[in-house]
Design a protein around this ligand. Structure first.
Ligand SMILES: Cc1ncc(C[n+]2csc(CCOP(=O)(O)OP(=O)(O)O)c2C)c(N)n1
Ligand SMILES: CC(=O)[C@@H](O)[C@H](O)COP(=O)(O)O
Ligand SMILES: [Mg+2]
Length: 594
């Protein structure tokens, strides 16, 4: 590869030796580097392209890593990684044992705070700034870089509220590109666009009202302006907010024009910018689309149905309902807590509310699930997409805790569909009117059934099913883990007597099918449970609790995510590492067949 200016920069100290006139070239080369890397290795694209100049200016003006920069979400930090010692290993981004797609403290001293979930940067940077005050480090600078969608979240608002009464060296950089993954929503977004169009109003500036020194809006692609404004603000005491206007996807025409698609476009041609055409093979649908299309079908028959997503209309496929029934489908922005309590409010008035939240992001609304929904027995229908191992997004995004954190909440039904048809039928069942809340968890990606549009059938709450009868070993699964188990059993067939192994899809993690469980525990000697969630407090634990309660003395083997955070890699690699792949399940079964 031709030696570029970028290749002379290993760490920000190298960048700081350059003349300002050289920086636009660095920005151009940084963009090219990111485009080439993401084109082949996949990952988040638009956000990092949009902050190329901002990233360079930050490391040019501030004395990183002594000065501390916190990136919100962290999906825009590829340029930061490349300029801070990770250019050579960037090709390993998001792959097993490679660098993470998000800032990670144990990866680099320049990654001041681990991120992945949004809207944490101001709180974290404020904590660091207060720590500097307490230790007398009065020169140290603390910067939070946060997007327009992320700043509208409750956590960010709480942090601004607190920061405004401090005298800390805190600079919040609002990277305003008027879009999250999907277009930004809400009154704050309207306010930002007003400020952007008219310039900062003299009065009624929201940030000034919160005691921040406000600056901007400025062009976030103009390095001279960025550097001069950051240098000025560095010398002003107290909390400051720099409002920067950028274009998501800047520098790649297609990414600028279709910002939603190019948020994380998958593989594309680095030269033309075109995403590679989809194969003509008909694939089974994604689980998110089963949800998205079924809810439209149901909403056309039931006018009490409401859909809610906190900022993930495309990812959850609620966008289909937002198009078909705009008055009944809500994108509430990055506001999981609000989404849950908003759903609860609607449910009090007799609406059937589908509140669709990625499993990992529901963690943020735990109290709302307990206090506002389950305690009051409001029949909200939680659809937890991306449950289980999600793959390359890694530790911050795996939906592996929901079974454990939901199972302990009274009044809540928890169901995991094994396939598309079961997902469709449980959505149908839920809107028929349950008297209590339900959580339906399903994974990222596709199932295996192509022909999924069948007449609706109700699912009996609390009923598990036998998929295969056996003699001595029973495998108990929830959700799509049944498929891994089926494949493992099929691969054993050749070498030994397959009749020994029974397979049961317990389906309802709560309430469990106690009748079926009693039959299984009486009949089989060895019980193997499989779940794509944490072992501690999970589905297997529920089986053990049941066995203890009724004094069953079977031999138990609990397969699931062990007590450590799985990192990033393909789903298959991570299944293997955590012991729930087809091959690992087979190994476990063979132990008991010897
Ligand atoms: C708590 C939480 N909810 C949802 C998400 C999913 N998510 C990742 S990036 C993003 C949009 C962020 O938009 P913005 O802050 O404007 O940054 P931009 O992508 O425009 O740079 C969303 C909703 C998340 N990471 N964390
Ligand atoms: C950064 C972030 O949180 C999202 O962009 C996330 O990566 C989306 O995940 P999916 O690709 O599973 O929708
Ligand atoms: Mg944005």
């Amino acid at each position: 590869m031709q030696k570029t200016l970028l290749h002379t920069i290993d760490i920000p100290a190298d960048l700081r030796k350059l003349d300002p006139s050289q920086l636009p070239q660095v920005a151009q080369e940084l963009r090219d580097f990111i485009i080439h890397a993401v084109a082949t290795k996949e990952g988040h694209l638009g956000a990092s392209l949009g902050v190329a100049e901002l990233t360079i200016a930050l490391h040019y003006v501030f004395n990183t890593p002594v000065d501390l920069v916190v990136w919100d979400v962290g999906h825009q930090a590829y340029g930061h990684k490349i300029l801070t010692g990770r250019r050579e290993v960037f090709e390993t981004n998001r792959s097993l044992n490679g660098i993470s797609g998000f800032p990670k403290m144990d990866e680099s001293e320049y990654d001041t705070f681990g991120t992945g979930h949004s809207s944490t940067s101001i709180s974290a940077a404020l904590g660091m700034a207060i720590a500097s005050q307490l230790t007398g480090d009065i020169k140290k600078q603390h910067v939070a870089v946060i997007g327009d969608a992320s700043i509208a979240s409750g956590m960010a608002m709480e942090a601004l509220n607190h920061a405004g009464i401090t005298n800390t060296n805190l600079l919040v950089i609002l990277n305003d590109n008027a879009i999250g993954i999907d277009p930004s929503v809400g009154a704050l977004k309207q306010y930002f666009s007003k400020v952007t169009l008219d310039g900062a109003p003299e009065t009624d500036n929201i940030f000034e009202a919160l005691n921040f020194e406000y600056s901007g809006p400025i062009d976030g692609h103009d390095l001279d302006v960025l550097i001069s404004e950051m240098s000025r603000l560095k010398n002003i005491k107290g909390p400051k907010l720099l409002h920067v206007i950028t274009k998501k996807g800047k520098g790649l025409r297609q990414a600028e024009e279709d910002q939603v698609k190019y948020h994380a476009p998958g593989k594309f041609d680095a030269k033309t910018g075109e995403v590679y055409p989809k194969s003509t093979e008909v694939l089974p649908p994604k689980f998110q689309d089963i949800f998205g299309k079924t809810i439209v079908e149901l909403a056309s028959q039931n006018d009490k149905i409401i859909g809610i997503t906190p900022a993930m209309p495309t990812g959850s496929s609620l966008k289909y309902m937002m198009e078909a029934f705009p008055e009944r489908a809500f994108d509430v922005g990055i506001a999981e807590q609000h989404a849950v309590t908003f759903a609860a409010g609607l449910a009090t008035q007799g609406f059937q509310v589908f509140c669709n939240i990625y499993s990992t992001f529901l963690q943020r609304a735990y109290d709302q699930v307990i206090h506002d929904v389950c305690l009051q027995k409001l029949p909200v229908i939680f659809c937890l997409d991306r449950a289980g191992i999600v793959g390359e997004d890694g530790a911050t995004h795996h939906g592996i805790f929901d079974i454990a954190y939901l199972r302990c909440i009274p009044n809540l039904i928890i169901f995991a569909p094994r396939n598309a048809i079961e997902l469709r039928n449980i959505l149908f069942t839920a809107q028929q009117g349950l008297d209590t809340p339900i959580a339906i968890r399903y994974p990222r990606g596709r199932g295996e059934i192509k022909d999924w549009i069948k007449p609706f059938k109700s699912i009996k709450i609390g009923k598990g099913i036998q998929l295969k009868s056996g003699k001595t070993i029973a495998i108990l699964t929830v959700g799509t883990m049944a498929l891994n188990a089926q494949k493992a059993i099929a691969s054993i067939k050749k070498t030994t007597n397959q009749d020994t192994i029974g397979l049961y899809d317990i389906r309802f993690i709560k309430p469990m099918d106690e009748v079926l469980l009693s039959e299984i525990l009486k009949k089989y000697q060895v019980i193997i449970t499989i779940e794509d969630g944490v072992v501690s407090g999970g589905f297997g634990s529920a089986i053990l609790e049941f066995a203890a309660k009724f004094h069953f003395k079977n031999t138990f083997e609990i397969l699931g995510i062990p007590d450590s955070f799985p990192q990033h890699g393909t789903v298959e690699e991570l299944y293997h590492l955590t012991g729930i792949s087809e091959e690992k399940i087979k190994e476990t079964i063979l132990k008991y067949l010897k």
